[in-house]
Design a protein around this ligand. Structure first.
Ligand code: NAD
Length: 363
């Protein structure tokens, strides 16, 4: 069967999905947008423009709604689509909170339709490379994972600054960074501690630091800033035999791994205005003279091929019943609950204990 998508919200992501679906030969039946400028742009691009959501829902030739609107209307649009018998794909964050996700999951189940969330950053190479090394124990058993996005341009746009519209960085980037940590560490979350940042004076958080401990002993930190002019590595992962970093979007980074099991006692070196053995660097670059690597090897990052078009292909396969969704709604719900625990942790300045309530999910 030829599937036909309705794009609801023809802004940045609506345009992007229209382009990607069309390139894959998947038909876009038309778009819905409340903004006449967006509607004109779509019409100029040769797209059918529905007068409103009801008209799109009444179009029997279209079977999927792809919701690309600001966050606060994901829920009503999803419910309307499911009631009309459409499958629903939503941009992240799926909904504003876990109660809304549960409501839409129940509606999808009752309607026997798919509800799938575009967690596209599960296909990003930095994450896939780190996950692969985690599983292969390339740097030994992993003990700590730090993952960050650092920006310096503040909170962009209008609705992203509005708490009523699902603004703020927790729903913007938390849903990516924490989602990936939860998939990577095969264990339930034990505790959550978080600080949200309001350094820019906006009514929503402009950044966050979320600290997770897992039942298998792994610890992780997910952080996001929008006032940071010197970005830190996107991933920094420590294991019992080494450390791996992804420094930037271009996949610069390295794996530094201990060679011999038995370490000679470190020699004290001059560092700053003092001496240290503990902090003596492993790698000392003497320029033209030599580069000394003390019981470590430095390896390039492994590379992992990925194709974001697999997301769309999987949506089609899931609708047709030939594959399970690559992004399951229980995993999206799990992530939202952890993010809600993070917000609670910030507001009450407490460590939130999720022992016994969180369950690991692989996809
Ligand atoms: P945007 O502001 O560029 O576009 C949103 C569009 O939705 C606008 O054209 C607006 O007029 C329209 N709209 C608003 N309310 C509507 C309604 N009730 N019915 C129909 N149309 C409506 O926003 P964006 O940057 O494209 O973000 C849209 C969604 O995509 C958000 O949920 C955001 O979190 C998500 N997003 C995801 C990624 C990702 O990488 N997965 C990246 C950016 C944004």
């Amino acid at each position: 069967m030829q599937h036909r998508f309705v794009i609801v919200g023809y802004g940045t992501m609506g345009f992007t999905h229209t382009r990607n679906l069309t390139a894959l030969g998947i038909e876009v039946a038309g778009i819905v947008d409340i903004d006449p400028v967006a509607r004109d742009e779509a019409a100029e691009a040769g797209l059918h423009v529905y007068p409103d959501l009801d008209a799109a829902c009444a179009d029997d030739t279209a079977d999927v709604l792809f919701i690309c609107t600001p966050n606060e209307v994901h829920r009503p649009i999803a419910l309307a689509g499911l009631a009309a018998g459409k499958h629903v794909v939503t941009e992240k964050p799926a909904m504003l909170g876990s109660a809304e996700i549960e409501e839409v999951m129940a509606a999808a189940e009752a309607a026997d339709r798919r509800f799938i969330v575009h967690q596209n950053r599960r296909w990003d190479e930095d994450y896939l490379v780190m996950k692969e090394m985690f599983e292969a124990r390339t740097i030994g058993e992993v003990t700590f994972i730090e993952t960050r996005v650092d920006g310096s341009r503040g909170i962009p746009g209008d609705w992203r600054r509005d708490p009523e519209r699902g603004g703020g960085m927790v729903l913007d980037w938390g849903v990516h960074l924490v989602d990936r940590l939860l998939l990577m560490v095969p264990a339930p979350v034990r505790t959550v501690y978080a600080r949200l940042s309001y350094a820019l004076g906006a009514p929503v958080e402009d950044g966050f630091t979320i600290y997770l401990t897992f039942a298998n002993g792994v610890e992780a930190l997910a952080a996001c800033t929008t006032d940071n002019y010197a970005p830190r590595p996107k991933f920094h992962m420590t294991g019992r035999r080494g450390t791996a970093t992804v420094d930037d979007w271009e996949m610069h980074g390295k794996v530094v791994r201990r060679v011999e099991d038995v370490e000679p006692d470190a020699k004290p070196i001059v560092a700053g205005k003092g001496m240290t053995k503990t902090m003596a660097p492993r790698i000392v670059d003497y320029g033209k003279l030599a580069k000394v690597q003390d019981n470590v090897e430095v390896l390039p990052l492994p590379r992992v091929e990925s194709d974001i078009n697999d997301f769309y292909r999987n949506v089609i396969a899931a609708i047709e019943g030939t594959a399970e969704p690559a992004v399951t709604t229980p995993s999206v719900l799990r992530c939202m609950r952890v993010l809600e625990a993070a917000r609670r942790s910030h507001e009450q300045d407490v460590v939130v204990d999720l022992s016994g309530t969180d369950t690991y999910l692989a996809s």
